[in-house]
Design a protein. Sequence first.
Length: 293
Amino acid sequence: MSLSKTYYLNTSQKEYFVENGFVKLPNAISPKVLDQLRAALDEVISSEYQHSDCALLETSGKQFVVAIDKIIAKPNPIFAELLGSPLLLSIAESLCGDDFFPVQDFIVIKTLGDQNVVKWHQDVVTASHEKTFMIGFYLDPATNENGALRIIPNSHKSNLSICELQKMDYQSLDTEAGDILIHNLKLAHSSGELTTFPQRRVVYFEFMSASEIMKEQVYPESFITLRTSIIPNAIRCFQKAYPNTIPFEWRHSKKSNYSLATDPHLFIRELSKEPKKVKPANYCFDFIAGQSF
């Protein structure tokens, strides 16, 4: 599928997402774009000065990069272009409405031998869970034995604690390279380490509805305004990369309040220097009775 084509989820897909807490879009990324994203990721990892935004894991005396934050601010603008693509933004509008905004952007990396396990958690616990989601662009295949997302079915509808949810039976959401997997932020999920696959790399973007999140006071209006200002500039980044395509039609009711920078990617890079203030994920912390720390 081309990044320049809109992908508005149909009624069936949206109902499936609301009911199950996830929806998969197979073969959504073309092989050409996959190769470009992989090359850009390799470039980031090999650049030592970028490691301030990299999470490192040391296993058996060897360091592995397991996550990279603020990817839209990297020197290669491809991730900002992806954020501004009609493909991604139409999906965001489908699920959140016109007032969607990007909360954060990052990449999770698993490499054979790193023994990297992501424990059970919920990204954010909110009441307006139908208008919050994480979208993952899979650069490599993933299976239950090789880093696939594991979920607790229907946990996005549950009021049980994450400690209780993680004891329940899980479902593995196996994917192929080029798939898009969207999941509800409240859906309990985890992933295991790689056993045979060389790598499992996923580009993530988190979105929320501004009006819904402000009702719950999850984030202050200043944060929402700041993050919303990325959208027109990301759209412009995409336009510059693909001048012969039709840009995404942003229908935000207050879009006139957001100016377009002369250098949109520089604007995004400068904005990303702001301290990260996103809500921490909800993990289970089991304490042993009588033990002090």
